[in-house]
Ligand binder design. Structure first.
Ligand code: ZN
Length: 169
C-alpha cells in the first residue's frame, strides 16, 4: 500500500516545533487532525495543545515528507520512527515500534539522572540511620551500638581503660 510520512508545522517560521506522522490516507488523516484539534480536550496531547496555543489548525501546514510503498503498518511505523529520530523540536510523545533498548538509549540522560537522585536520596537516608545508631565510647572511638561489646575487647579500648586505671592509682 502507498503510505505517507507527513509533517505538521506552524506557518510562523519562528516556531520550530513540529509533528511527524504516518498514514496511508493523507487527506483523511488531515481531516482527523483538524477534528481532533477542535474537539479533543480531555487528554493531555502535545500536538493539539500546541496547535491551540498557536491559534487554530489553519495556522499550520501539512507537508508530505515521503511517499512510500510498504507491506504493512509495521514497516510504515519503522520508517516513521527514523524520521522522528532525525528531527529535533518534535511534539511527538509516542514513537512507534520503539523497543525497550531504544527507549533506554533515548532516555539515557534522564534515566541516569533519576538513578543518581535515587542514590543520593538513599545515601542520605542510610547516613541518617547510621548517625542515629552511632555512639561515642569513653575512649573516644565512634562506633555503632551493635559493635560496642566487640569494641570493649579491642586493643584501643583496653589501652584506654588501662591508662585510666594507672592514672587512678
Ligand atoms: Zn572504647
Amino acid at each position: 500500500m502507498y503510505s505517507y510520512i507527513y509533517k505538521i508545522s506552524c506557518k510562523d517560521p519562528k516556531i520550530k516545533d513540529c509533528y511527524i506522522g504516518s498514514t496511508n490516507n493523507f487527506k483523511r488523516r488531515i481531516r482527523q487532525h483538524r477534528y481532533s484539534s477542535e474537539n479533543i480536550f480531555h487528554e493531555q496531547n502535545n500536538l493539539y495543545d500546541f496547535i491551540r496555543n498557536n491559534g487554530t489548525i489553519n495556522n499550520f501546514q501539512f507537508d508530505i515528507l515521503l511517499k512510500v510503498l510498504v507491506n504493512d503498518k509495521k514497516d510504515l511505523h519503522e520508517i516513521e520512527k527514523q524520521f522522528i529520530k532525525n528531527n529535533d523540536n518534535l511534539l511527538n510523545k509516542y514513537i512507534p515500534n520503539r523497543t525497550q533498548k531504544e527507549y533506554y538509549n533515548d532516555n539515557y540522560e534522564s534515566l541516569k539522572q533519576k538513578r543518581l537522585i535515587r542514590y543520593y536520596d538513599n545515601r542520605d537516608e542510610i547516613l541518617l540511620k547510621k548517625s542515629s545508631t552511632m555512639v561515642t565510647c569513653e575512649c573516644g572511638s565512634t562506633l555503632t551500638k551493635n559493635h560496642i561489646h566487640r569494641h570493649y575487647k579491642t586493643k584501643k579500648h583496653l589501652n584506654f581503660t588501662n591508662k585510666v586505671c594507672i592514672n587512678e592509682i
